[in-house]
Design a protein around this ligand. Structure first.
Ligand SMILES: NC(=O)c1ccc[n+]([C@@H]2O[C@H](COP(=O)([O-])OP(=O)(O)OC[C@H]3O[C@@H](n4cnc5c(N)ncnc54)[C@H](OP(=O)(O)O)[C@@H]3O)[C@@H](O)[C@H]2O)c1
Length: 290
């Protein structure tokens, strides 16, 4: 266990520090943009819907905050391509990427997998493709560039009861993108042949949990690939938060969750971690198995 340092106590960033947040027209993403903009970073709010994104930007500008906007649908490779081109034209380098955009089609207590392909494409493949496409643009200065993937405890390894699937993901030394992709394919196949409920997949919001399991695992692989290369990759579970995803119920507000996320994103360069999973539920930050 280790605790986060208040970002205000050691300000390493400036207005030239550039952050991109996905799925930021509402909820936790919007609150993260607000927090980072309040702290003086240059923040790019992205949203899949231009109208909803521009309305969000308008609200922030009305509060005196300066934020940039670009449309980005993370489920669309074309949209990711267009966004990266736009970014490259406008900005020298990227310091912070927050992969926040995600979707679940279930209400609390439901567990349909009818939309599993969209869920996996958005929450896992989208975040991965955007990250891979932006990798060349990270500044990788002494201040350390940072990726924070907003994931969920629903996608932690301990939720997987099938020993064969667990074995594929739990050996950190052998873990690879190929293995993660195999696990995702196994899940989609088990949905296709109607066996997913008896295969030991996570029991709550199964398709969403598998998408987050994959993103947690990919974060570990990416963290390892970039160790010593001035890019940190961590995951954060905001806990049960009052947003559209939960029908407005939860134990904390989006702004509470965003403040915790910002504290991790802005850890001083000397104490920034990599390959860790942070959870907001605890008074101090937990570094557990992803
Ligand atoms: N709320 C919780 O209790 C909780 C718990 C654990 C983890 N999380 C995670 O926290 C993050 C934020 O979720 P939230 O609770 O703030 O939910 P939310 O209010 O539903 O916000 C989700 C955001 O993602 C966007 N989005 C969905 N599909 C997208 C796509 N294809 N491309 C770009 N953006 C897309 C949504 O845009 P639209 O408005 O256009 O739909 C919205 O802006 C997610 O990663 C979620 O999994 C939330």
């Amino acid at each position: 266990m280790e605790s986060t340092t208040s970002p205000l106590s050691s300000r390493w960033w400036s207005k030239d520090t550039v952050a991109v947040v996905t799925g930021a027209n509402k909820g936790i993403g919007y609150a993260i943009v607000r927090r980072l903009a309040e702290l003086g970073l240059t923040v790019i709010l992205t949203a899949r819907n231009a109208e909803r994104g521009e309305m969000a930007v308008e609200c922030l500008r009305n509060s005196g905050l300066r934020v940039h906007f670009c449309c980005l649908d993370v489920s669309s490779p074309n949209s990711i391509h267009d966004f990266v081109s736009w970014f490259h034209q406008k900005f020298d380098a990227l310091d912070i990427l927050v992969n926040n955009a995600a979707i679940s089609f279930n209400n609390i207590g439901e567990n349909s997998v009818v939309h599993c392909e969209t869920v996996i494409r958005t929450n896992y493949h989208g975040a991965k493709l955007l990250t891979d496409s932006l990798l060349p643009y990270f500044r990788r200065s002494g201040a350390i560039s940072r990726i924070l993937n907003i994931t969920s405890r629903l996608g932690s390894l301990e939720k997987v009861r099938n020993p064969k699937i667990r074995a594929l993901l739990e050996d950190d030394d052998k873990l690879s993108e190929k293995q993660i992709s195999n696990v995702v394919d196994l899940f989609l196949t088990s949905v296709g042949d109607g066996t997913w409920e008896t295969q030991g997949w996570p029991e709550v919001w199964t398709d969403y949990a598998v998408s987050k399991l994959a993103l947690n695992s990919y974060s570990k692989v990416l963290a390892k690939q970039n160790k010593g290369r001035r890019l940190s990759v961590n995951c954060f579970c905001p806990g049960f938060t009052q947003t559209a995803m939960t029908g407005g119920v939860g134990k904390r507000t989006a702004q509470d969750a965003a403040n915790k996320a910002a504290a991790i994103i802005l850890l001083p360069p000397a104490s920034i971690t990599t390959g860790k999973f942070y959870a907001a539920n605890d008074p101090s930050v937990v570094n557990s198995r992803l």
